[in-house]
Design a protein around this ligand. Structure first.
Ligand SMILES: CC(C)(COP(=O)(O)OP(=O)(O)OC[C@H]1O[C@@H](n2cnc3c(N)ncnc32)[C@H](O)[C@@H]1O)[C@@H](O)C(=O)NCCC(=O)NCCS
Ligand SMILES: Nc1ncnc2c1ncn2[C@@H]1O[C@H](COP(=O)(O)OP(=O)(O)OP(=O)(O)O)[C@@H](O)[C@H]1O
Length: 193
């Protein structure tokens, strides 16, 4: 049974501003945050079942000297090969879904679930409202290239592995437009809350 009255599903495209909004919701509005990217990192912790499955499929090349997963290398594989991406998602997403199932049982009136692949993974039923952070495609590309030090080609591979921003926005309850200043974005967050 779901305990909260308000479960905000925060999503958007890669590098559109989800973390910026999340940080504000946590520090300014003191809302509890549950984040799919963090759960996905937990899923591949050294020695975990998913870690072992990845090791078996891709071999030692995919790990750093200390035994941890080489995330950059796995990214190069999955953002350029839809079959491998599907396989990796099939390993990681059940774990992520279980963690959210636990999170929504926690006794808070409002929680925020940050789920980059909320639509792609088909888990919109987990939340009571959907917020989508967007910016222009050009800004998305530039911000991603700059933040992750990626070439245009690498950044486009990541962007194109997700549903388009326009499609996500059309399915949102609230669209947060992050194509202007930080202040403008945060005003929209206050209004949405
Ligand atoms: C490929 C990995 C190792 C790259 O790690 P890296 O540290 O470079 O990126 P990070 O995990 O911080 O993800 C950054 C962003 O990439 C995008 N992204 C991640 N995985 C995917 C995916 N399978 N499909 C589309 N976009 C994705 C999301 O917007 C996410 O916010 C990592 O993203 C991963 O394990 N992905 C598979 C699991 C997954 O689907 N995670 C998404 C949340 S459930
Ligand atoms: N309004 C803005 N103007 C300029 N730069 C911005 C703005 N909002 C965010 N950024 C920058 O764009 C980048 C992406 O923002 P952020 O990390 O919040 O996106 P994200 O959606 O959480 O990304 P990811 O999907 O990779 O987790 C960051 O480097 C951030 O500093």
């Amino acid at each position: 049974m779901i305990s909260q009255s308000r479960i905000i599903g925060l999503t958007g495209g890669i590098a559109t501003g989800k973390s910026t909004v999340t940080h504000y919701l946590a520090t300014h509005h003191h809302l509890p945050i549950f984040d799919a990217d963090i759960y996905a990192r937990d899923a591949v912790e050294t020695g975990s079942p998913v870690y072992q499955a990845i090791a078996q499929r891709y071999g030692a090349d995919l790990f750093l000297e200390d035994g941890t997963l080489n995330r950059k290398k796995l990214g190069e594989i999955i953002f350029n090969n839809v079959e491998e991406r599907t396989w990796v998602e099939q390993q990681i997403h059940p774990y992520v879904r279980d963690r959210f199932a636990e999170a929504i049982q926690k006794p808070y009136p409002t929680i925020v679930c940050v789920i980059p692949l909320l639509f792609e993974a088909g888990i919109t039923n987990l939340v009571t409202e959907i917020w989508v952070v967007i910016c222009s495609p050009q800004q998305q590309l530039e911000r991603l290239m700059q933040r992750n030090q990626l070439t245009r080609e690498q950044a486009l591979a990541r962007i194109n592995s997700q549903m388009s921003l326009a499609e996500k926005a059309s399915r949102a309850d609230v669209v947060l437009d992050n194509s202007s200043t930080l202040e403008t974005l945060l005003q929209q967050v206050d209004a949405a809350l």
